[in-house]
Write a protein that binds this ligand. Structure first.
Ligand SMILES: *Cc1c(COP(=O)(O)O)cnc(C)c1O
Length: 456
């Protein structure tokens, strides 16, 4: 037995191996030492109980597995081959090159985040993007917070705390990730007043509530997000709601969710409500996400009439939900793409939406050629990509998919997820599919390498 124990290598010897030196450089020495000690203690116990001491290679593998188990999962880049453009689980919108550069520049040193350079005194962090937001949307005033859930909470708390808010029963939705309109309403301190029915809400339903309910602060319109009511349905449009509200002195709040600044119907999709349209229609406040169809960083944006938006800037929740300089840098760079009219070229989400089937087909053919050279016979099939992110529910874009010739799609999909960087593919009808639409050009090489390793 003592013979066995003598075969256990020392902590220092293990720490000197290339594998563990590499791990120590990444995770720090302290954690690696702890993992080595723990594994060796277990091995010693096993040896006393009569087990063989594993060879050094196996010991190192155990230590590495232990380390990775303790610290996993770290946040890391992933290749999205699912064809879902705004994939919430995979981090929603990839940033443009200019937005990434702006983040790096803002991160590197100091900035005029809250400093008025001409005057040499304190400024406001929102000023930088507010002008851009107003220019792009036609709004009088704008505000940015951490995400759209926060924007909706802030707007309701600031404009309707302790008072009534009208909303159609068809819009009492759960968006996902625990965001339910009725719950957010309750948290904000506003009183929910449901009007109409699940599938049909008429102007007269709102009007009756406006006449009967005491103290109505707002009419709220909420985008259905990721579901669609089909068939026998009626909803009152934003213009009509604003007109009706005005007659009773009640402002309208529009939670658009995805916040399109470009017209999706120009890309063969249904028309997604645009921010400019709601502002133009006279909504008092319009809320939308920064990382859905806007294609920027995670943020919640509120634009609208100064009389309603300005007080929100001074609300205590605005301070609690404020955005950091990295977000503002990325958002500013993203908004500038729209202002310069280059969003469809430079904002990745829009480049993906705008990619033609012919263009995707060319990429798919190239992948197939490359895979054939390493003995993998992929097949190209027609398919659909989706926009995702709660926008355009049920709407899809035609695409060309690369189907991998595998008997065990689940097993190969798992191997792709274990690659470095991980690749997330799609399984449909027992077929393992890759959609080039959501794969960035610079990700093609690592993707094809991962496929080669996972399939062979
Ligand atoms: C996505 C969405 C939200 C939440 O936005 P986040 O930026 O994810 O916080 C709120 N309302 C609607 C209608 C949405 O689609």
């Amino acid at each position: 037995m003592s013979d066995q124990l003598r075969r256990i290598p020392s902590v220092d010897r293990l720490l000197g191996t290339p594998a563990l030196r590499e791990r120590a450089a990444f995770y720090g020495r302290r954690l690696v030492v702890a993992a080595v000690r723990e594994t060796l203690a277990r091995v010693r116990e096993e040896a006393r109980a009569g087990a063989e001491v594993p060879p050094q290679e196996a010991l190192i593998a155990r230590i590495v597995a232990d380390l990775e188990h303790r610290l996993a999962p770290l946040l890391r880049p992933v290749i999205n081959a699912t064809g879902v453009i705004i994939h919430t689980n995979l981090g929603r919108a990839p940033l443009s090159a200019a937005a990434r550069a702006a983040v790096a520049a803002a991160a590197q040193g100091y900035s005029n985040l809250e400093y008025d350079l001409p005057e040499g005194r304190r400024g406001h962090r929102i000023d930088h993007v507010e002008r851009l937001l107003c220019e792009l949307t036609g709004a009088e005033s704008g505000l940015v917070v951490n995400n759209n859930a926060g924007a909706v909470l802030l707007a309701l708390a600031g404009l309707a705390q302790g008072r009534g808010v009208l909303i159609s029963r068809g819009q009492l939705v759960e968006i996902g990730g625990g965001f339910r309109i009725p719950d957010v309403m309750a948290r904000s301190g506003a009183r929910l007043i449901e009007v109409g029915t699940t599938n049909r809400t008429h102007r007269a339903d709102y009007e009756r509530a406006l006449q009967q309910e005491p103290d109505v602060a707002l009419i709220l319109r909420a985008h259905h997000s990721n579901f669609r009511i089909v068939g026998f349905t009626t909803e009152v449009g934003i213009g009509e709601l604003v007109e009706l509200g005005a007659r009773y002195g009640v402002p309208v709040m529009d939670d658009l969710g995805s916040g399109a600044l470009l017209d999706t119907s120009a890309f063969g999709l249904a028309h997604e409500p645009m921010v400019q349209e709601s502002v133009e229609a006279g909504a008092a406040v319009v809320c939308f996400s920064g990382d859905k169809l806007l294609g920027g960083p995670q943020a919640g944006i509120i634009v609208g009439r100064a009389e309603f938006v300005d007080p929100l800037k001074r609300h205590p929740l605005a301070r609690a939900l404020r955005v950091d300089k990295l977000c503002l840098a990325a958002l500013q760079a993203t908004l500038l793409h729209y202002l310069r009219g280059e969003a469809t070229r430079d904002v990745p989400v829009w480049r993906m939406i705008g990619a033609s089937v012919a263009e995707i087909d060319r990429r798919a053919r190239r992948w197939r050629r490359r895979l054939r050279r390493v003995g993998i016979e992929a097949v190209l099939v027609d398919g659909r990509s989706t926009v995702g992110g709660g926008s355009l529910p049920g709407e899809t874009l035609p695409t060309r998919l690369v189907a991998l010739p595998v008997a065990d799609p689940d097993g190969v999909a798992a191997a792709l997820r274990a690659a470095d960087p991980p690749v997330v593919a799609r399984i449909e009808d027992d077929r393992l599919l890759l959609d080039p639409r959501t794969v960035l050009p610079e990700e093609e090489e690592p993707l094809l390498r991962a496929v080669q390793q996972a399939v062979v």
